[in-house]
Design a binder for this molecule. Structure first.
Ligand code: ADP
Ligand code: MG
Length: 694
């Protein structure tokens, strides 16, 4: 083994940079934090080419003395800590003394600074860690830092950078967190000269939230606050009807620092339990003020995560405060049908191509949602011992370190969502020795199964449809539309295709449990999954049209503005071409807002907002290298799944016919990276054997 050597300062800085500086957004975060620590009231951030060519941060803070400029860019040099004890009472955002040294090591770095009382400032350039001379310069009070050609000397890192739009998205997200945490500071963000955000100082936090996320969201927010001395919690939570398929809109701030904390996110989820669907996440903007000796911020290089001395106490406080607030708030009233309709997919319509049931079996009507809120309120009240809504919860009683409030008041799952019904379908019939040969191919289910919207239609025994019959309102799909939707897509010679399977006879198929079609083939008995089959058919049709550029689209008379988190908006815009291929045209509209100008006709009953938010989820979760993924294909899958009939939809004989007539399209599964079998076959030989005929 080689002998042990002390690493050079340059290598140490590069290692530190590896931890702290991942992309331009990290540079913005570190520089803006320094500006905030310097007491600035105005901070301007400018980027070129997503921040890769240039990140410039200009502040009007306290500045740095000329003779300290070299120290500022030296590693482990800080003005914010003196002794180790200070580590446990950190009042500033920075304290590690690493950021400037790290950034200057991997870029062409220029710092210019002037302290307010001085008549002139000084500047210093550092290129790849090599510092020049400090020279006097004229400049306004405060500090300007320019970081050019990030990662120019660390090509490996540079390779990991994504498209300009994506990097802008990350910067915007970092900027959003900082600007949300400091509403009293005037912030601006520019990209290639274009102003993305200009945020005047504001005394009302809601104003700043509005500038980022729009009036609809901001004005509906519910203020919560509580004090469990010395800990103070204050901020906003969104109405349960405003929720997201991800937790990225859960903004948590601790003493002016944005943090991520799983336990607090869990508390938030608990507080909304029963009020929003499984798989959806509440929105929040919350600030904790905690004495700095009760929290350790030195556990993570970017200080994204912190360690609380008493996490259980915060958990209880957060959960208790929100629940108390909800009990005292008339949520039912706010959930008026119009409003609910915007966030809850429409109940089954007769338009097959766009049937959009609820994600997991919740009452589809707005009244259903209101009932749910009412139910949840009663539950909460019951769990809290029938007490009238209390403005304050006595957190002092909570034993240290345990989220006991959660345990005490756990709300049982809302029965209709329970997984019990599904279990009967995941378990194959007991000891069925029949060999089931998937007709199409035994695809392995990859990733999540889509949820069936109508689990309630089954009784627990999974026996012949009783529950389904008892639910006449659900899911009878309009016959003409299904037949028409499928029929008009038939290729000219398709009439014959049907004969391959049904030998020209009228379809003998029956629908059972509102989800399976049972029919006969030359080989035996076919059990077809109606959703899987329809999804595959749509996928093939949709794909063929998308590739041929002949997808029917609908131009929106009034473009629909959609609000996203900045990184999400960037992801949408970065994928404009792919989306356009799918018939979805989007335009940037500044900030996190994106305009939808055209939309695929076949998805007309899925709202653009709903679709785009799910698409963005897919885009954001996709961490594979761009060349390895077939994004178009994934999007096609998602859209086909959304547009297909669902398990639980009652089909008319004509619809069943139309579906089966298209079966040949589902035979070609070569393009499909994942999916379940669309049909199973019980061969006649198998049946004969089972009945001891052979
Ligand atoms: P840290 O923030 O952890 O102290 P940095 O490397 O980020 O370490 O900064 C080093 C030092 O440079 C800071 O402690 C501070 O004294 C000074 N400094 C950096 N940026 C600014 C700024 N914008 N205004 C005033 N002083 C700054
Ligand atoms: Mg710093």
């Amino acid at each position: 083994m080689a002998s042990i050597r002390q690493l050079s300062a340059s290598v140490i800085n590069k290692i530190a940079a590896g931890e702290v500086i991942e992309r331009p957004a990290s540079v913005v975060k570190e520089l803006v934090e320094n500006s905030l620590d310097s007491g600035a009231t105005r901070i301007e951030v400018a980027l070129e080419q997503g921040g890769v060519d240039l990140v410039r941060v200009v502040d009007n803070g306290g500045g740095i003395a000329p003779d300290e400029l070299l120290l500022a860019v030296a590693s482990h040099a800080t003005s914010k800590l003196v002794s180790a004890d200070d580590l446990f009472r950190v009042q500033t955002l920075g304290f590690r003394g690493e950021a400037l040294a790290s950034i200057a090591e991997i870029s062409r770095f220029l710092i210019r600074s002037r302290q307010g009382a001085e008549t002139a400032g000084a500047e210093l350039e550092v290129v790849g860690g090599v510092a020049g001379e400090v020279a006097p310069c004229g400049c306004a009070p405060g500090t300007t830092i320019e970081v050019r050609n990030l990662f120019f000397n660390t090509p490996v890192r540079r390779k990991f950078l994504r498209s300009t739009q994506t990097e802008v998205g990350h910067v915007t997200e970092a900027f959003t967190r900082l600007a949300l945490a400091h509403p009293q500071v005037h912030f601006t963000l520019r990209h290639n000269q274009r102003v993305i955000h200009d945020l005047p100082p504001s005394a009302d936090w809601r104003d700043r939230i509005r500038l980022f996320f729009g009036a609809e969201m901001a004005d509906g927010l519910i203020w919560i606050e509580s004090e469990d001395p010395p800990i103070r919690l204050a901020g906003f939570v969104a109405h349960p009807s405003q929720n997201r398929p991800h937790a990225r809109m859960q903004y948590l701030f601790l003493n002016g620092r944005h943090i991520r904390d799983r336990s607090l996110q869990h508390a938030l989820g608990e507080a909304y339990r029963g009020l929003i669907l499984t798989g959806r996440y509440p929105i929040s903007f919350l600030c904790f003020d905690i004495p700095s000796d009760m929290v350790d911020v030195n556990v993570h290089p970017t200080k994204m995560e912190v360690r609380f001395q008493d996490g259980g106490r915060l958990y209880s406080q957060l959960l208790g405060t929100i629940r108390t607030k909800f009990l005292a708030t008339d949520l039912t009233h706010v959930l008026d049908p119009d409003r609910a309709a915007q966030h809850v997919p429409a109940p089954h319509s007769s338009n097959l191509a766009g049937v959009a049931p609820l994600p997991s079996g919740v009452p589809a009507s707005p009244t259903g949602v209101a009932d749910l809120a009412e139910w949840a309120k009663q539950e909460l009240q019951a769990k809290l011992g029938g007490a009238k809504p209390q403005p304050h919860v006595d957190f002092g009683q909570t034993p240290l370190g345990t989220p006991s409030f959660a345990a005490r008041s756990a709300v049982p799952a809302f029965v209709p969502f329970a997984d019990g019904a599904r279990a009967t379908w995941q378990t194959p019939p007991a000891a069925a020795p029949l060999s089931l040969q998937p007709l199409v191919r035994a695809w392995q289910a990859v990733g999540q199964e889509e949820t069936s919207p109508d689990e309630t239609a089954l009784d627990d025994s999974g026996s012949v449809p009783t529950g389904a019959g008892a639910d006449p309102g659900q899911g009878t799909v309009g016959a003409p539309s299904l037949a028409a939707a499928l029929e008009h897509l038939l290729p000219a010679d398709a009439a014959g295709a049907r004969g391959d399977y049904f030998a020209g006879r009228a379809s003998p198929a029956v629908q059972i449990h509102n989800r399976y079609l049972i029919t006969e083939s030359a080989e035996g008995v076919l059990v077809i999954d109606q959703h899987a089959l329809h999804e595959r058919i749509l996928y093939e049709q949709f794909r063929a049209k998308a590739l041929a550029g002949s997808l029917e689209t609908q131009n929106l008379l009034v473009p629909e503005p959609l609000d996203f988190a900045p990184a999400e908006a960037a992801a949408v815009l970065a994928n404009r071409e792919v989306l356009a291929q799918l018939g979805i045209k989007v335009e940037p509209f500044g900030g996190g807002t994106v305009l939808v100008t055209s939309y695929p006709a076949m998805l007309r009953s899925v709202s653009p907002g709903q679709l785009l938010h799910e698409l963005v989820e897919l885009l954001m979760n996709d961490t594979r290298a761009p060349e390895r993924r077939d994004l178009l294909d994934e999007l096609l899958h998602m859209m086909s799944c959304k547009a297909a009939v669902k398990a639980g939809d009652r089909l008319t004989p004509e619809e069943i016919d139309a579906l089966l007539a298209q079966r040949h399209l589902a035979q070609d599964t070569h393009h499909c990276p994942h999916g379940r079998p669309t049909a199973l076959i019980f061969t006649r030989e198998d049946l004969d054997r089972q009945f001891k005929r052979t």
